[in-house]
Ligand binder design. Structure first.
Ligand code: NCD
Length: 328
Protein backbone atom coordinates (compact mmCIF):
# COMPACT_ATOMS: atom_id res chain seq x y z
CA UNK A 1 0.00 0.00 0.00
CA UNK A 2 1.35 3.45 -0.77
CA UNK A 3 1.55 5.68 2.27
CA UNK A 4 -1.59 7.71 1.72
CA UNK A 5 -1.14 9.54 5.03
CA UNK A 6 -0.05 13.12 4.38
CA UNK A 7 0.40 12.40 0.65
CA UNK A 8 -0.75 14.46 -2.33
CA UNK A 9 -3.39 12.60 -4.34
CA UNK A 10 -2.64 13.74 -7.89
CA UNK A 11 -3.15 10.71 -10.12
CA UNK A 12 -5.18 7.50 -10.29
CA UNK A 13 -1.84 5.81 -11.05
CA UNK A 14 -0.83 6.17 -7.40
CA UNK A 15 -3.33 3.52 -6.27
CA UNK A 16 -2.63 -0.20 -6.21
CA UNK A 17 -5.42 -2.76 -6.06
CA UNK A 18 -5.00 -3.29 -2.32
CA UNK A 19 -5.20 0.47 -1.68
CA UNK A 20 -8.43 0.58 -3.66
CA UNK A 21 -10.02 -2.32 -1.82
CA UNK A 22 -9.03 -0.83 1.56
CA UNK A 23 -10.59 2.50 0.53
CA UNK A 24 -13.76 0.81 -0.74
CA UNK A 25 -14.19 -1.01 2.58
CA UNK A 26 -13.68 2.21 4.48
CA UNK A 27 -16.21 3.93 2.16
CA UNK A 28 -18.75 1.21 3.04
CA UNK A 29 -18.36 2.22 6.69
CA UNK A 30 -18.71 5.88 5.78
CA UNK A 31 -21.96 5.10 3.98
CA UNK A 32 -23.38 3.64 7.17
CA UNK A 33 -22.25 6.72 9.06
CA UNK A 34 -23.89 9.08 6.56
CA UNK A 35 -27.10 7.08 6.63
CA UNK A 36 -27.22 7.37 10.42
CA UNK A 37 -26.48 11.08 10.28
CA UNK A 38 -29.22 11.66 7.75
CA UNK A 39 -31.72 9.70 9.81
CA UNK A 40 -30.76 11.85 12.80
CA UNK A 41 -29.39 8.87 14.66
CA UNK A 42 -25.84 10.05 14.71
CA UNK A 43 -23.75 10.23 17.73
CA UNK A 44 -23.44 6.83 16.20
CA UNK A 45 -22.68 4.72 19.20
CA UNK A 46 -19.37 3.22 20.10
CA UNK A 47 -19.52 0.56 17.44
CA UNK A 48 -19.13 3.07 14.63
CA UNK A 49 -15.67 4.02 15.83
CA UNK A 50 -16.13 7.49 14.44
CA UNK A 51 -16.60 9.27 17.76
CA UNK A 52 -19.56 11.12 19.14
CA UNK A 53 -20.62 14.67 18.71
CA UNK A 54 -23.57 16.48 20.19
CA UNK A 55 -24.29 18.03 16.77
CA UNK A 56 -24.73 14.58 15.29
CA UNK A 57 -21.63 14.96 13.16
CA UNK A 58 -18.63 12.73 13.51
CA UNK A 59 -15.64 14.17 15.35
CA UNK A 60 -13.07 12.30 13.30
CA UNK A 61 -11.75 15.45 11.62
CA UNK A 62 -12.51 17.79 14.51
CA UNK A 63 -10.14 20.75 14.43
CA UNK A 64 -9.15 20.19 10.79
CA UNK A 65 -9.78 22.70 8.01
CA UNK A 66 -10.16 21.96 4.30
CA UNK A 67 -9.71 24.55 1.53
CA UNK A 68 -11.38 23.85 -1.81
CA UNK A 69 -9.85 25.79 -4.71
CA UNK A 70 -11.95 25.62 -7.87
CA UNK A 71 -10.55 27.40 -10.92
CA UNK A 72 -13.14 25.65 -13.12
CA UNK A 73 -16.92 25.17 -12.74
CA UNK A 74 -18.18 22.38 -10.51
CA UNK A 75 -21.39 21.33 -8.78
CA UNK A 76 -21.00 17.74 -7.59
CA UNK A 77 -17.30 17.52 -6.98
CA UNK A 78 -16.93 20.62 -4.81
CA UNK A 79 -20.09 20.03 -2.80
CA UNK A 80 -19.14 16.38 -2.44
CA UNK A 81 -15.68 17.12 -1.01
CA UNK A 82 -17.04 19.85 1.24
CA UNK A 83 -19.96 17.77 2.51
CA UNK A 84 -17.63 14.85 3.10
CA UNK A 85 -15.31 16.96 5.23
CA UNK A 86 -18.19 18.52 7.19
CA UNK A 87 -19.78 15.12 7.85
CA UNK A 88 -16.50 14.02 9.42
CA UNK A 89 -16.54 17.01 11.77
CA UNK A 90 -14.05 19.26 9.94
CA UNK A 91 -14.56 22.81 8.75
CA UNK A 92 -14.32 24.10 5.17
CA UNK A 93 -13.19 27.30 3.45
CA UNK A 94 -14.37 27.39 -0.12
CA UNK A 95 -13.01 29.10 -3.23
CA UNK A 96 -15.59 28.39 -5.91
CA UNK A 97 -14.40 30.99 -8.39
CA UNK A 98 -10.63 31.13 -7.99
CA UNK A 99 -9.84 32.15 -11.56
CA UNK A 100 -11.49 35.54 -11.15
CA UNK A 101 -11.52 36.08 -7.38
CA UNK A 102 -8.09 34.99 -6.12
CA UNK A 103 -4.59 36.51 -6.24
CA UNK A 104 -3.97 34.43 -9.38
CA UNK A 105 -5.60 37.50 -11.00
CA UNK A 106 -2.62 39.50 -9.69
CA UNK A 107 -0.24 36.97 -11.28
CA UNK A 108 0.49 35.04 -8.10
CA UNK A 109 1.91 31.64 -9.05
CA UNK A 110 0.21 28.36 -8.18
CA UNK A 111 3.37 27.45 -6.23
CA UNK A 112 3.00 30.53 -3.99
CA UNK A 113 -0.75 29.99 -3.64
CA UNK A 114 -0.05 26.48 -2.38
CA UNK A 115 2.72 27.66 -0.07
CA UNK A 116 0.49 30.35 1.47
CA UNK A 117 -2.66 28.28 1.90
CA UNK A 118 -0.74 25.45 3.48
CA UNK A 119 0.10 27.84 6.33
CA UNK A 120 -3.65 28.11 6.98
CA UNK A 121 -5.35 24.77 6.38
CA UNK A 122 -4.74 21.03 6.80
CA UNK A 123 -5.85 19.80 3.38
CA UNK A 124 -6.39 21.34 -0.07
CA UNK A 125 -8.68 20.12 -2.86
CA UNK A 126 -8.15 21.75 -6.24
CA UNK A 127 -9.61 21.80 -9.77
CA UNK A 128 -8.06 23.75 -12.64
CA UNK A 129 -8.36 23.76 -16.47
CA UNK A 130 -4.65 23.07 -17.11
CA UNK A 131 -3.15 19.58 -17.05
CA UNK A 132 -0.58 19.17 -14.21
CA UNK A 133 -1.61 22.49 -12.58
CA UNK A 134 -2.53 20.69 -9.35
CA UNK A 135 1.02 19.32 -9.19
CA UNK A 136 2.34 22.89 -9.45
CA UNK A 137 0.29 24.03 -6.49
CA UNK A 138 1.17 20.86 -4.58
CA UNK A 139 4.88 21.54 -5.10
CA UNK A 140 4.50 24.64 -2.92
CA UNK A 141 2.16 23.13 -0.34
CA UNK A 142 3.21 21.73 3.02
CA UNK A 143 -0.16 19.97 3.41
CA UNK A 144 -1.68 17.28 1.16
CA UNK A 145 -3.34 18.41 -2.06
CA UNK A 146 -6.05 16.36 -3.80
CA UNK A 147 -6.62 16.65 -7.55
CA UNK A 148 -10.31 17.32 -8.28
CA UNK A 149 -9.68 17.52 -12.04
CA UNK A 150 -6.76 19.04 -13.98
CA UNK A 151 -7.86 19.94 -17.48
CA UNK A 152 -8.27 17.00 -19.83
CA UNK A 153 -5.67 15.04 -17.86
CA UNK A 154 -7.06 13.29 -14.77
CA UNK A 155 -9.89 13.21 -12.24
CA UNK A 156 -8.77 10.52 -9.81
CA UNK A 157 -11.52 10.87 -7.19
CA UNK A 158 -14.30 10.67 -9.79
CA UNK A 159 -12.71 7.45 -11.03
CA UNK A 160 -12.48 6.21 -7.43
CA UNK A 161 -16.20 6.70 -6.98
CA UNK A 162 -16.96 5.11 -10.34
CA UNK A 163 -14.89 2.02 -9.61
CA UNK A 164 -16.29 1.91 -6.07
CA UNK A 165 -19.77 1.87 -7.65
CA UNK A 166 -18.78 -0.97 -9.99
CA UNK A 167 -17.14 -2.85 -7.09
CA UNK A 168 -20.28 -2.46 -4.94
CA UNK A 169 -22.65 -3.47 -7.74
CA UNK A 170 -20.48 -6.44 -8.77
CA UNK A 171 -19.96 -7.47 -5.12
CA UNK A 172 -16.22 -7.17 -5.56
CA UNK A 173 -16.08 -9.43 -8.63
CA UNK A 174 -14.65 -7.25 -11.38
CA UNK A 175 -12.52 -9.86 -13.15
CA UNK A 176 -13.98 -10.83 -16.51
CA UNK A 177 -16.15 -7.73 -16.88
CA UNK A 178 -16.35 -5.78 -20.13
CA UNK A 179 -16.23 -2.06 -19.47
CA UNK A 180 -17.61 0.26 -22.17
CA UNK A 181 -16.58 3.90 -22.30
CA UNK A 182 -18.58 6.18 -24.57
CA UNK A 183 -18.17 9.77 -25.68
CA UNK A 184 -15.30 12.25 -25.71
CA UNK A 185 -12.55 9.87 -24.64
CA UNK A 186 -9.83 12.25 -25.83
CA UNK A 187 -10.75 15.23 -23.66
CA UNK A 188 -12.63 13.45 -20.88
CA UNK A 189 -10.38 13.25 -17.83
CA UNK A 190 -12.77 10.81 -16.16
CA UNK A 191 -12.29 7.92 -18.65
CA UNK A 192 -8.50 8.40 -18.43
CA UNK A 193 -8.48 7.97 -14.66
CA UNK A 194 -11.07 5.16 -14.84
CA UNK A 195 -8.79 3.12 -17.14
CA UNK A 196 -5.85 3.68 -14.83
CA UNK A 197 -7.78 2.29 -11.85
CA UNK A 198 -9.60 -0.49 -13.69
CA UNK A 199 -6.43 -1.97 -15.20
CA UNK A 200 -5.83 -3.36 -11.68
CA UNK A 201 -8.47 -5.99 -12.51
CA UNK A 202 -8.68 -8.48 -15.35
CA UNK A 203 -11.26 -6.49 -17.34
CA UNK A 204 -11.67 -5.78 -21.07
CA UNK A 205 -12.44 -2.39 -22.52
CA UNK A 206 -14.64 -1.23 -25.38
CA UNK A 207 -14.05 2.40 -26.36
CA UNK A 208 -16.85 4.05 -28.33
CA UNK A 209 -15.89 7.47 -29.71
CA UNK A 210 -15.77 9.44 -32.94
CA UNK A 211 -12.31 8.86 -34.48
CA UNK A 212 -11.16 12.39 -33.64
CA UNK A 213 -12.07 11.87 -29.97
CA UNK A 214 -10.44 8.48 -29.39
CA UNK A 215 -8.81 7.44 -26.14
CA UNK A 216 -5.25 8.88 -26.09
CA UNK A 217 -2.33 6.56 -26.77
CA UNK A 218 -0.73 7.18 -23.37
CA UNK A 219 -3.76 5.60 -21.73
CA UNK A 220 -4.00 2.73 -24.22
CA UNK A 221 -0.25 1.98 -23.99
CA UNK A 222 -0.61 1.79 -20.26
CA UNK A 223 -3.45 -0.74 -20.60
CA UNK A 224 -1.42 -2.87 -23.00
CA UNK A 225 1.55 -2.77 -20.63
CA UNK A 226 -0.77 -4.10 -17.91
CA UNK A 227 -1.94 -6.94 -20.16
CA UNK A 228 -5.42 -5.52 -20.72
CA UNK A 229 -7.25 -5.64 -24.05
CA UNK A 230 -9.34 -2.95 -25.66
CA UNK A 231 -11.52 -2.68 -28.75
CA UNK A 232 -12.27 0.63 -30.44
CA UNK A 233 -15.38 1.44 -32.45
CA UNK A 234 -17.50 4.39 -33.49
CA UNK A 235 -20.65 2.31 -33.34
CA UNK A 236 -22.58 2.26 -30.06
CA UNK A 237 -25.49 0.29 -31.46
CA UNK A 238 -23.39 -2.77 -32.27
CA UNK A 239 -21.27 -2.63 -29.11
CA UNK A 240 -23.61 -1.75 -26.22
CA UNK A 241 -24.79 -5.36 -25.99
CA UNK A 242 -21.39 -6.70 -24.88
CA UNK A 243 -20.87 -4.23 -22.05
CA UNK A 244 -21.29 -5.16 -18.40
CA UNK A 245 -20.59 -1.59 -17.36
CA UNK A 246 -21.64 1.27 -19.65
CA UNK A 247 -19.76 4.47 -18.82
CA UNK A 248 -21.26 7.41 -20.69
CA UNK A 249 -19.60 10.84 -20.78
CA UNK A 250 -20.42 14.17 -22.38
CA UNK A 251 -18.57 15.94 -25.19
CA UNK A 252 -16.17 18.25 -23.30
CA UNK A 253 -17.20 21.43 -25.06
CA UNK A 254 -14.87 23.67 -23.03
CA UNK A 255 -11.80 21.80 -24.36
CA UNK A 256 -12.61 22.52 -28.02
CA UNK A 257 -11.32 25.52 -30.00
CA UNK A 258 -14.91 26.82 -30.29
CA UNK A 259 -18.45 25.77 -29.33
CA UNK A 260 -19.06 25.32 -33.06
CA UNK A 261 -16.25 22.76 -33.26
CA UNK A 262 -17.73 20.84 -30.31
CA UNK A 263 -21.24 21.05 -31.77
CA UNK A 264 -20.10 18.75 -34.60
CA UNK A 265 -20.25 15.95 -32.05
CA UNK A 266 -23.34 16.91 -30.07
CA UNK A 267 -25.91 14.15 -29.95
CA UNK A 268 -23.49 11.68 -31.51
CA UNK A 269 -24.26 9.02 -28.87
CA UNK A 270 -27.59 9.10 -27.07
CA UNK A 271 -28.52 6.33 -24.68
CA UNK A 272 -32.29 6.12 -24.64
CA UNK A 273 -34.76 3.38 -23.75
CA UNK A 274 -34.27 1.77 -27.18
CA UNK A 275 -30.49 1.61 -26.67
CA UNK A 276 -30.98 0.12 -23.19
CA UNK A 277 -33.10 -2.63 -24.77
CA UNK A 278 -29.96 -3.76 -26.57
CA UNK A 279 -27.88 -3.64 -23.39
CA UNK A 280 -27.44 -6.65 -21.07
CA UNK A 281 -30.14 -7.06 -18.42
CA UNK A 282 -27.35 -7.32 -15.86
CA UNK A 283 -25.43 -4.26 -17.06
CA UNK A 284 -25.11 -0.99 -15.15
CA UNK A 285 -25.08 2.49 -16.65
CA UNK A 286 -22.75 5.12 -15.18
CA UNK A 287 -22.20 8.80 -15.95
CA UNK A 288 -20.07 11.26 -13.93
CA UNK A 289 -22.61 13.99 -14.73
CA UNK A 290 -23.38 16.67 -15.82
CA UNK A 291 -25.26 15.09 -18.71
CA UNK A 292 -26.14 17.14 -21.75
CA UNK A 293 -27.93 14.85 -24.16
CA UNK A 294 -26.05 11.55 -23.75
CA UNK A 295 -28.69 9.86 -21.60
CA UNK A 296 -32.40 10.42 -22.22
CA UNK A 297 -34.51 11.24 -19.15
CA UNK A 298 -36.63 8.14 -19.79
CA UNK A 299 -33.61 6.00 -18.81
CA UNK A 300 -33.60 7.38 -15.23
CA UNK A 301 -36.29 4.92 -14.18
CA UNK A 302 -34.34 1.94 -15.58
CA UNK A 303 -32.95 -0.07 -12.65
CA UNK A 304 -29.61 -0.29 -14.44
CA UNK A 305 -29.14 3.51 -14.30
CA UNK A 306 -26.73 4.17 -11.42
CA UNK A 307 -25.65 7.75 -12.07
CA UNK A 308 -27.52 9.23 -9.12
CA UNK A 309 -26.33 6.44 -6.80
CA UNK A 310 -22.81 7.40 -7.85
CA UNK A 311 -23.22 10.74 -6.07
CA UNK A 312 -23.75 9.05 -2.68
CA UNK A 313 -20.82 6.75 -3.39
CA UNK A 314 -18.71 9.81 -4.17
CA UNK A 315 -19.48 11.29 -0.78
CA UNK A 316 -18.49 8.06 0.96
CA UNK A 317 -15.26 7.52 -0.97
CA UNK A 318 -14.17 11.13 -0.47
CA UNK A 319 -14.82 10.79 3.27
CA UNK A 320 -12.71 7.63 3.25
CA UNK A 321 -9.94 9.21 1.19
CA UNK A 322 -9.66 12.46 3.13
CA UNK A 323 -9.77 10.66 6.48
CA UNK A 324 -7.00 8.33 5.29
CA UNK A 325 -4.86 11.18 3.96
CA UNK A 326 -5.22 12.95 7.32
CA UNK A 327 -4.11 9.78 9.10
CA UNK A 328 -7.53 8.75 10.45
C1 NCD B 1 -16.71 15.48 -14.70
C2 NCD B 1 -15.55 16.45 -14.77
O1 NCD B 1 -15.60 17.55 -14.22
O2 NCD B 1 -14.57 16.05 -15.36
N1 NCD B 1 -17.72 15.88 -13.81
C3 NCD B 1 -17.63 15.59 -12.48
O3 NCD B 1 -16.61 15.82 -11.86
N2 NCD B 1 -18.67 14.98 -11.92
C4 NCD B 1 -17.25 15.14 -16.03
C5 NCD B 1 -17.63 16.23 -16.97
O4 NCD B 1 -17.55 17.42 -16.64
O5 NCD B 1 -18.06 15.88 -18.07
Amino acid sequence: MFPMKQTHILSAGQFEKKDLIALFKKADEMKVLVEKQRKGKAGLGKASGFGKSSSGFSKLLDGKVLATLFFEPSTRTRFSFETAFLRLGGKVVSGADMMTNSSIKKKETLYDTGRVLSELVDLIVMRHPEPFSVEKLASGSKVPVVNAGDGAHEHPTQALLDVYTIWSEAKGKLDGLTIGMIGDLKNGRVPHSQCTLLKNWDVNFVFVAPKALNMPWEVKDDLVASGREFYETENLDESIGVMDVICATRIQEERFSSPKEAAKYSGVYVIDAAAMKKAKKTSILLHPLPRVDEIALEVDVDGRAKYFDQVGNGLAIRMALMATVLGK
